[in-house]
Design a protein around this ligand. Sequence first.
Ligand code: ADP
Ligand code: MG
Length: 690
Amino acid sequence: MSGDTETRLNSSVNVLPGFGTKTVQALEKFGISTVHDIIYALPMRYEHITTALSGDRAVLAGTFERSMIVRTRQGKQMYQAIFKGEAGFFYGVWLHFNRQFPDSLLNAGESYHLYGSVTRYNGVLAIFHPELLDANELGSVRRIYSLPGKLSQKVYQKALDSAIATYLPQVEETLPETLRIAYKYPDIHDSLHTLHHPQTEANAKLIEGGEHPALLRMIYEELFYLQLRLFLRKQSYMRESGLAFDIPHSMLEEIVPIMPFKLTAAQRQALREIFADMKSSYQMNRLLQGDVGSGKTIVAFVACMVAAKNGFQSVILAPTEVLAEQHYHNLSKFLQGTGFSACLLTGSVKTKDKRQIKEAIAGGDVQFIVGTHAIIQDDVVFSKLGFAVIDEQHRFGVKQRKALMDKGFTPDILLMTATPIPRTLALTYYGDLEMSVIDSMPPGRIPPITKAFRELQLAEMFRYVEEHLNDGDRAYFVYPAIEDNESSTLKSVTQNVKNVQRQFPKKRVGLLHGKMKADEKRQMLADFQSGAIDILVSTTVVEVGVDVKDATIIVIENADRFGLAQLHQLRGRVGRNDKQSHCLLVASSEVSETGFRRLRAMEQFTSGFKLAELDLELRGQGDFFGIKQSGMPEFQFADIVRDVDIVKRARADAQAIVSSDPHLDDDSNKLLRTVLMSRWQDEYELFLVG
Ligand code: ADP
Ligand code: MG
């Protein structure tokens, strides 16, 4: 077979004309490796080539009259060409021109179309560094693609258009016809063609507004397959496990006395939902959402206790060692006198101790295993794993959940998050999970007073702390960086620990950051907990979970550099006792007005859910609690803030399909099987075949 006929959609873009090795490498880094990729990479915007002066850029048409070279005030040469158009004279102006250029391009008496941003110069219209267009481009729509560095639109589009001409026919339809017809969506060839070549300005506008059927189809398809996968995954939990815990009333009566406080109604409700899952023989996959400090931990402990009383082990996974240690500490107190025991397994446990701990786990001598993901990565063997808690689950992905199951058990899984997720996001990312929400705080809590300061008001902020930090109370000072860095303006803990000490000479100031040794971190937190340290200068390692009851003040500098959800998490470090607490946010000196308004929103709202919605609105889905780092899917076409309605429709359609044909055995669903198999083979095997 010749090379030509071998060429497929998955060939490298180097088969396309005009792309050299450097370009191919640059494109690869940009996420465009194959012919398929380039065909699916849509323009980032369109330009309508028009003489109307309403937009940014426009065409000025006229005949070239004469030119002159003048000197600018800086002594540079400037080439001015004067044209005569219908509405009068206008200029084309070139700075830093090459001697030959643009003189050689322009002939007196001929007509030209100059394109660019139109300004005024010497009292008439002018375009600086205009592009000279072919007359036939007038009225057309130009596409602008987001491209790496030096790659020109011209070279790129030439290659792309050749890809479209040659390979688009090879692209196979991936959306079932019934759905396509139901929504009147064009087929995949039509859609891609229109998106790259919208032809008319009306089309381009519809696409940019997210309303053109060609784009809607791409968005719908992307969301539809995501939802389909979520339902298939959810359905697979139904057949896993077989673990059905016995939870008689008498067992709960035994547990009540060991609890340090009376549960709130919201906590009890969450437990009822968890118990219902545990009793059933399906594998539980439930997400427990609750604002910072709402008391999720005790709910998890009680569920683990039920598992223990049924003879099963539980693991509690935390995203950081600090948090794992804290859970271990609390759990040990909780277990006193119960006859059950807990162990702690993190990366910094010494090898010798690790071996002992692992033996205890394998031998079933320990029922509660607390740790970081070291637990699932390591060669830990459980004796009888029945329950798993994953705290601050947005730091873990589906992969880790799966790794847990690969240990040979299908434990019931309780995921917990203190980052409230707006409903559309929840449906999109956690559509496979059941949800419980703790929507109220333990009694006696007073919400923190939040104040936003500008960098200029730093002294005022320190005075405020001075006035409000009572003896015996503790304060956090949070900075984004560990060390000062020339290439950034972020404030660091190592620099500011000195400054804070100077501000409060009588207070004992400690330092905490992620690069410290585990022992040092542990000691520092213990000192802060006990009051040996009054002020803790820290990076965001204290963001999740750290529970120091006497902390009443938290100061966050460069606060505009954090997301609202993250600020809310940090604020949750205070307000853990019955005293009035304070959260002081200091903006960077270069903060934008929108940035400062976000901090003002923090003053106003204390509900994490409300702030999460706002954050999503203000920063968009991409930045929302670091979706990129969390292993959650990113979208190529969809914007789930804008496309809420499509999320809902795609979800309903996927659900209908999975519930009527759970294994997609039907001939009518053959296409779905093929697509799943080719794009998500691992999952396909796990959820459909397995
Ligand atoms: P989060 O939901 O943020 O993980 P925690 O479980 O750490 O919250 O609970 C926050 C604090 O509230 C802890 O100090 C915990 O002991 C306390 N707490 C939890 N539930 C109650 C309750 N029902 N009554 C009183 N205090 C509670
Ligand atoms: Mg917690």
